[in-house]
Design a protein around this ligand. Structure first.
Ligand SMILES: Cc1cc2nc3c(=O)[nH]c(=O)nc-3n(C[C@H](O)[C@H](O)[C@H](O)COP(=O)(O)OP(=O)(O)OC[C@H]3O[C@@H](n4cnc5c(N)ncnc54)[C@H](O)[C@@H]3O)c2cc1C
Length: 240
């Protein structure tokens, strides 16, 4: 009886699917395609994320949640793509991305989040590997003639995700992604119009703060033109 109730509750909280395809899209990044009838008609705004239940397979208590942006979703398709970055170690999210394989069952929450494209005369994106997944979906969502600028930092040249529009690529080459000066310098070098546009900053929390400080203090942007979403923080687990 208790098990049936728990099952019903989990069914209401989670969407159930199955991994149908996995592709290595960069040295440490894998695109994980999830398919299933429940995915048809799932509402999604590009930039939104889901929380994947990791640990106990489909809908069993005891798993942990980890957050992943949706790279691509077409409701008519009955599938969606996530891209997991393997930052190393044995933490649940990194291990899941590393070991995902077709045939595995998966439960995840419905798409949510307000990190989505806004009105602006131009758009600036800055972040590292994890952020580039959301950026891909958001850039694809913009009209073809929208002005897009930005910088993406990754560990090495093979770690960059192929994005729908060209953003400046920089590598940190072994330096920490946390509090990264490499990304701030790359944004500083962007040749942006004089008037502020709208910026989207995601990834490691301290790096985001530093990029925002640059836009606000050095370029004179208002804080409300800068949309930030911390994706992870050193030493903290399962942010968001
Ligand atoms: C809205 C949102 C969208 C996200 N989208 C994506 C996405 O599309 N793809 C993706 O790969 N990640 C994405 N992330 C980031 C991802 O959820 C975190 O990296 C998460 O911590 C990974 O879980 P974990 O179990 O491996 O590590 P956790 O158990 O959460 O953390 C263990 C430790 O690992 C370290 N760590 C965590 N993440 C990183 C990292 N990226 N690099 C270096 N060290 C790290 C930290 O020190 C942390 O204390 C997103 C996060 C949010 C909030």
């Amino acid at each position: 009886m208790r098990q049936t109730m728990a099952r019903r509750l989990l069914d209401r909280m989670f969407v159930a699917g199955e991994i149908v395809e996995v592709e290595q899209v960069a040295t440490r990044m894998r695109r994980i395609r999830i398919g299933g009838e429940a995915l048809a008609g799932l509402a999604w705004t590009p930039g939104q994320h889901v929380r994947v239940l990791i640990g106990d397979g489909r809908g069993l208590l005891g798993g942990v949640l980890r957050t992943y942006s949706i790279w691509r979703h077409d409701p008519t398709w009955e599938a969606l793509d996530l891209i997991g970055y393997d930052h190393g170690g044995d933490s649940p999210g990194a291990s899941w991305a590393r070991n995902a394989a077709p045939g595995q069952e998966i439960s995840f929450t419905r798409p949510e989040g307000g990190f989505v494209v806004r009105e602006g005369s131009y758009h600036v994106f800055a972040g590292e590997e994890t952020a580039s997944v959301a950026f891909g979906a958001m850039v694809r969502d913009l009209p073809e003639d929208a002005a897009v600028y930005g910088a993406v930092e990754a560990e090495g040249p093979g770690d960059h995700l192929e994005l729908p529009r060209e953003l400046v690529r920089v590598c940190r080459n072994g330096a920490p992604a946390a509090g990264s000066q490499t990304l701030v310098d790359a944004v500083r070098k962007l040749d942006l119009p004089d008037e502020p546009g709208v910026a989207y900053l995601a990834g490691e929390a301290r790096t985001i703060q530093a990029v925002r400080a640059h836009l606000v203090n050095e370029r004179g942007w208002s804080r409300r033109d800068v949309h930030t979403k911390p994706f992870w923080v050193p030493g903290r687990r399962g942010l968001d």
